[in-house]
Design a protein around this ligand. Structure first.
Ligand code: KMH
Ligand code: ZN
Length: 279
């Protein structure tokens, strides 16, 4: 049976932007490179160790433009110590070739979603062969994957991937449970506990709850020895009737809860060690 040891600290990942919210509806969403870098610095100052990045074009629309992605990776490396994770999920409308090309920006880490899932009224497509290609290309380049899990069957797919294609770059398996997406697994304690049973041996995990599942998922993850992802990609409401002020507000709350749990936020150097990201 799988033994999960409780880590001494908490990795807090900030996912500041995402591909779903429109700047017109959410004016405080960071969409320019300047806004993103400022957000990253503010979040690092209050406890973030990694940033999960989606970028926008000059019209504030989601883009996978390689030049902009490279510029973004360089700026985040220059201005912060955060582990830089690029999304290969993109937006539900993005094509596989564009999502694979994200890896050419050579981030420290990249997301790799472990299956197709209904995503609100849309479908987030992740064919098996595409997943294998992401996994292999990341290994060739030494980019550490974060396996994104939207539903429990995707953990079985992860075990199948590792059995058939071997361990990822860095040798360590890290999983992020994205809970509460309409069409995916619910964001509650019972489901999180069920997910733990299916984690590959030795894997670490973080969890994030979309929308109003943010707080229950955060508390469940902390109590189960997991790490945290927070940010405006997933949550725009801070409390009932109160909008999120900025990403740092969400990171600060997560950091406070992690300290109460006696597992304070891990600084970026420790996050690199945990995930097997090259220094
Ligand atoms: N925007 C979603 C369709 C990821 O970043 O890898 C997918 C997503 C997952 O956000
Ligand atoms: Zn994302």
């Amino acid at each position: 049976s799988t033994v999960h040891t409780t880590p001494v600290g908490t990795l807090i990942t900030v996912a500041p932007t995402g591909a779903e919210h429109a700047k017109a509806d959410v004016p405080n969403l960071p969409v320019t490179l300047d806004e993103l870098v400022r957000t990253a610095r503010d979040c690092e100052a209050v406890g973030a160790g990694m940033i999960h990045v989606h970028i926008r074009d000059a019209d504030t629309r989601p883009t996978l433009d390689l030049g902009l992605l490279k510029e973004t990776v360089a700026a985040l490396r220059a201005e912060t110590g955060l582990v830089v994770q690029l999304s290969t999920g993109g937006a539900v409308t993005d094509h596989e070739r564009d999502r694979l090309r994200v890896l050419d920006a050579m981030p420290d880490s990249a997301s790799c979603t472990m299956g197709t899932v209904n995503f609100g009224d849309d479908v987030f497509m992740n064919r098996w062969e595409f997943i294998v290609e992401l996994h292999e290309r990341m290994r060739e380049r030494g980019i550490v994957p974060e396996y994104e899990i939207f539903d429990l069957g995707q953990l079985a797919s992860l075990r199948r991937l590792l059995d058939r294609h071997g361990p990822p770059a860095g040798g360590h398996v890290h999983v992020d449970l994205v809970m509460g997406v309409p069409g995916g697994m619910p964001g509650d304690t019972e489901t999180l506990v069920a997910a733990l049973r299916l984690l590959p041996e030795g894997a670490s995990f973080s969890a994030t709850g979309v929308g109003r599942t943010a707080i229950p998922v955060m508390l469940a993850a902390l109590s189960a020895g997991g790490h945290l992802r927070v940010g405006m990609e997933d949550t725009l409401s801070y409390a009932r009737g109160e909008r999120v002020k900025d990403n740092a507000q969400l990171v600060a709350r997560a950091a406070g809860l992690a300290r109460i749990a006696q597992r304070p936020p891990l600084p970026a150097a420790d996050v690199r060690e945990l995930l097997g990201v090259r220094a």
